[in-house]
Design a protein. Structure first.
Length: 394
């Protein structure tokens, strides 16, 4: 699918929550990229629109097997099925669009996946046509604010899509946040509070396969504090086992108790709880990155690598926002570990980790303050529907 360049004018987005009249029909299209990240975002948004806004949702997905790992109640080989309040449609290139017909009031194209040609024709036949939103990837880069909400007319059909960028300021589309998320998090935190005589850190390591985990494991094992390090199953867990074997004969006597365990893959519904049970979060991609911020814990983001280190610009743009309010030394410690983890600079991991731990009290306070600031802004679903109601011809 080809679009023209965005026009020079961007509609205003009211910073209020609006509940559109029911029923609102919405179709979301998503291709599974990197196994779970894209579909995780699409599923959370679909569920929230259905549960909190009484919208009729169809979610078209091209990989039900990967989706099933996130949502075990999904059945592969079933072209259309109901999961909770959402209708799941298996999206196959070249398949008949009548399974996804008629076109919905609101159409969300997730992450530039491209809409099926036959569905585009159905959209063009509607009068008025559906309101079409291109949900983009999350970024804190300054240019995002200028492109958020810009229209992009289709080159051949009488249709226009609008760029919608999630983000961390009121000039972007916000982040996915269910209405009860913060309450559930705080309730879980009170229930899981450690006894005053219990010490030790719980660390979650969830990263891409190339993460420099061996150097991190070594740094953790040399810590003076008792540590439980949970490593997500897969390639990183396999590397943990090899590292364990290499360390078996050289472990120092009388070292503090350190435990490394493999964490099984958890469905999306259980992921927040996994984050809440840990004190420091190494996360990757987009969905887990956002959920870690709502967890209000010190975090290290493993960003998806891009050519020419373009991903580092994106990473630094986020740090420029996130670090506001931190002391110079705490900010330097955070930047040092994030950059060492993402370049990766193996010889920097150990010193950067120790520096990060030295500033952990300040980073804990800052993580909670950051979460509160984000929660004071409207969430992505509220912003999306406010924009829809103001601009759709209904």
């Amino acid at each position: 699918m080809t679009h023209s360049a965005p026009s020079a004018h961007s509609p205003d987005l009211p910073n209020v929550q609006y509940l559109p009249p029911s029923p609102l029909s919405c179709d979301i299209f998503c291709r599974v990229v990197d196994n779970y990240g894209d579909i995780g975002v699409a599923w959370r948004l679909a569920r929230q629109l259905a549960a909190e806004y009484a919208a009729t949702i169809r979610l078209a997905v091209d990989d039900l097997a990967s989706f099933q790992r996130l949502v075990p109640s999904i059945r592969t080989g079933i072209p259309m099925q109901r999961v909770g309040e959402v209708t799941i449609v298996e999206w196959r290139d070249g398949s008949d669009a009548t399974r996804i017909a008629p076109a919905a009031d609101l159409v969300i194209e997730a992450f530039g996946c491209g809409l099926p040609a036959d569905y585009l024709n159905l959209m063009a036949l509607r009068a008025p046509p559906p309101f079409w939103v291109n949900l983009e990837y999350l970024s804190a880069e300054p240019w995002v604010r200028e492109h958020h909400l810009l229209p992009s007319p289709h080159v051949t059909l009488p249709l226009t899509s609008y760029f919608f960028f999630p983000g961390f300021t009121t000039r972007t589309g916000g982040l996915i946040r269910e209405r009860d998320l913060i309450t559930r998090r705080d309730t879980a935190a009170r229930a899981a509070a450690k006894p005053t005589d219990q010490t030790g850190l719980h660390i979650l390591v969830f990263g891409y396969d190339h993460a420099p985990v061996e150097t991190l494991f070594t740094a953790i094992s040399e810590s003076k504090e008792t540590v439980l390090c949970r490593v997500s199953e897969g390639a990183l867990a396999e590397r943990l086992e090899r590292w364990r074997g290499s360390q078996a004969e050289i472990a120092p006597e009388g070292a503090p108790m350190h435990e490394f365990e493999v964490t099984p893959f958890v469905p999306l519904a259980d992921f927040d709880d996994l984050l809440w049970r840990n004190d420091i979060l190494f996360v990757r991609g987009e969905d887990s990155f956002v959920r870690a911020q709502w967890a209000a814990k010190p975090l290290v983001w493993h960003i998806y690598p891009q050519a020419d280190d373009a991903h580092l610009k994106k990473l630094n743009a986020f740090l420029d926002l996130y670090c506001c309010g931190l002391s110079a030394r705490a900010e330097a410690a955070m930047r040092r570990l994030w950059l060492a983890w993402n370049r990766p600079i193996r010889e920097e991991i150990g010193p950067a980790w120790n520096d990060f731990l030295a500033h952990l009290p300040a980073l804990n306070t800052h993580a909670l303050d950051w979460s509160k600031r984000l929660a004071d802004m409207p969430d992505l679903a509220a912003n999306l529907l406010s924009f829809y109601r103001k601009n759709a011809k209904i």
